[in-house]
Design a protein around this ligand. Structure first.
Ligand code: HEC
Length: 215
């Protein structure tokens, strides 16, 4: 008797466990279906909800991104020679770094327009060392970087305003590197250029006697 009732209650337990498990499984399945089938758009997927057929929406006109109001202070007109940031060694080095990445492919390391891309067929950019570009105001160079010029695309998407100005500073430094007057130099550097320290001549020793006499 006892063994049969034990078996009965065992098998009842088992049946109940099965029912419970199948509920859990069913619930799991239906949940999974809901999640998988919820209406949504994947990045750049088409959509017939909007008339232009795109699910990705353009910014509402006049949207101002968080933080970008500060950039307004760096907008300078094309005709202006203002430089809106304090000049520093650090800014110039940042400019050199960005210039090497974004401009040298076409304009070359020295700014003479002999970058790799230009050497291989793209329209040759003008040299920064021509008189016309030496005389354009800072705002003009900033505008070319921001909006592009002729065959050159703008770099506003890749370069934040501060970096664009850092590059303007570096382009100016490149121009000066080939066109500075002695009087533009700070006095101590001027002195070194005008009276360079006498160059030490490498000691000459008898042929075939490297090292020579020890003294
Ligand atoms: C993909 C090649 C390419 C890159 C990269 C490039 N430029 Fe240019 N750039 C050109 C070409 C080509 C021109 C001449 C465009 C024309 O006359 O149609 C030009 C012209 C210019 C001019 C002269 C505009 C004038 O009035 O003649 C400046 C200044 C200039 N670029 C600055 C830059 C700076 C700064 C960068 C880096 C942020 C840069 N460019 C990156 C190809 C490039």
């Amino acid at each position: 008797m006892t063994s049969t009732s034990a078996t009965n209650s065992n098998s009842r337990c088992f049946a109940m466990a099965c029912v419970a498990a199948s509920f859990v499984l069913l619930a799991g399945c239906s949940l999974k279906q809901d999640m998988a089938q919820q209406p949504k758009n994947r990045p750049l997927s088409p959509s017939d909800f909007f008339t232009d057929g795109r699910s990705a929406r353009p910014f509402v006109e006049n949207t101002v991104a968080r933080g970008s109001v500060l950039d307004d202070e760096m907008i300078v007109s094309k005709e202006s020679n203002v430089f809106p940031l304090p000049l520093s060694q650090e800014l110039l080095e940042r400019g050199e770094n960005r210039y090497r990445i974004f401009c040298t492919p076409c304009h070359g390391l020295q700014g003479d327009g002999n970058g790799m891309v230009a050497m291989r067929g793209m329209k040759h950019p003008p040299s920064y060392h021509q008189d016309r570009l030496r005389q354009v105001p800072n705002g003009y160079i900033y505008d070319v970087i921001t909006n592009g010029f002729g065959a050159m695309l703008g770099y506003s998407a890749q370069l934040a305003p501060r970096d664009r100005w850092a590059i303007v500073a570096y382009v100016r430094a490149l121009q000066l590197s080939r066109n500075a007057k002695i009087s533009d130099l700070p006095p101590d550097v001027r002195e070194k250029v005008l009276h360079p320290p006498a160059e030490k001549k490498p000691e000459t020793h008898g042929a075939g006697a490297p090292g020579g006499k020890a003294e």
